[in-house]
Design a binder for this molecule. Structure first.
Ligand SMILES: [Fe+2]
Length: 125
């Protein structure tokens, strides 16, 4: 049986970047979390090849289970009634969430490319 963690990739290859970059910044009483696929080298955003979603989790230090912060679906990749790559409307794989966390822990960002599968990254808070 395949374990889900075996399907997540953490290192990138070729000239495409799939691993979600995580940036955090304190804002007021909260923490702004930004996750981006293709921050340094753009990932294709075409009808046939694109990033479908990014999801964010927080795993508090010392706790057993992660807490899902959000899941963001990118549903427009150029398709229209005229065919693939005709609309010029593209949802870019970037998300910003503001969270509050009373404990330190780890932000985990997962992403899914419709061609190249599951990717993950994490950052300590
Ligand atoms: Fe890809």
């Amino acid at each position: 049986m395949t374990k889900i963690e075996e399907l997540y990739q953490t290192e990138d290859w070729k000239t495409e970047k799939h691993v979600p970059a995580i940036e955090t910044k304190e804002v007021g009483e909260g923490i702004k979390v930004k996750a981006t696929v293709g921050k340094e080298i753009s990932h294709p955003n075409e009808t046939e090849h694109h990033i479908r979603w990014i999801e964010l989790y927080f795993k508090p230090e010392g706790e057993e289970y992660p807490i899902q912060l959000g899941k963001y679906e990118f549903t427009s990749h150029g398709e229209s009634a005229k065919g693939p790559d005709t609309s010029g409307i593209l949802a870019e794989p970037k998300v910003v969430a503001t969270i509050k966390a009373e404990k330190p822990g780890t932000i985990i960002a997962n992403s899914y490319c419709n061609i190249h599968g599951l990717w993950t990254n994490e950052k300590e808070l």
